[in-house]
Design a protein around this ligand. Structure first.
Ligand code: DLZ
Length: 166
């Protein structure tokens, strides 16, 4: 079995001067909280981001993530180097899941492109509760993995490369 998630870059990225926003939902909060913790701890321990430079804000559901990210990016001063949008969508018996997942994914991408601030898509789109738990590192299987770790790595890498001018 290969390692789950993104392999850390061979480049030792330094996040010590970065301001990072972790924007998360309150839907499916126990799972979301584990993902937020995974992302925050990785920013602190792997990239030396300062505690006071990590802002954590919440919104009701995943659908709100793109709009809120756009507003925080627009009005924050000093600006954020990257935003990690975290949510958990779990499929129900209606079409709600499909609409929200697609709108959220496209919305987060658009905010990133429009604002030129890296916006990480940290939204799990799961068919079952068990899938969500596994991907937040809370499941029963040996291959469980907290994807918040990957999202933090992604945010810092994109922020560094943005600063260097790609
Ligand atoms: C309505 C809804 C449903 C059914 N499921 C979820 C979910 O699993 N995860 C999530 O983050 N949000 C869900 N929402 C709420 C929507 O994202 C949104 O908050 C509302 O539709 C109000 O715009």
């Amino acid at each position: 079995m290969f390692t789950k998630g993104v392999t850390p870059s061979e480049t030792p990225y330094d996040g010590s001067e970065f301001r990072i926003l972790i924007l998360h939902t309150r839907w499916n909060l126990p799972v979301v909280e584990a993902l937020v913790t995974g992302a925050r701890e990785t920013l602190l321990s792997e990239f030396n981001v300062k505690m006071e430079n990590i802002s954590i804000k919440d919104v009701p559901g995943s659908y709100e993530l793109p709009f809120a990210a756009q507003e925080f990016i627009k009005y924050s001063d000093p600006k954020f180097n990257a935003v990690i949008c975290i949510g958990v969508l779990i499929k129900g018996s209606t079409m709600h899941f499909e609409y929200i997942a697609e709108a959220t994914a496209h919305g987060i991408m658009r905010v990133g492109l429009d604002t030129r601030t890296p916006c990480v898509f940290g939204v799990l789109t799961c068919l079952t509760d068990e899938q969500a738990l596994e991907r937040a590192g809370l499941g029963e299987s040996p291959s469980k993995h907290n994807h918040g770790i990957d999202w933090a790595r992604c945010a810092v890498e994109l922020a560094v490369r943005g600063q260097q001018g790609w």
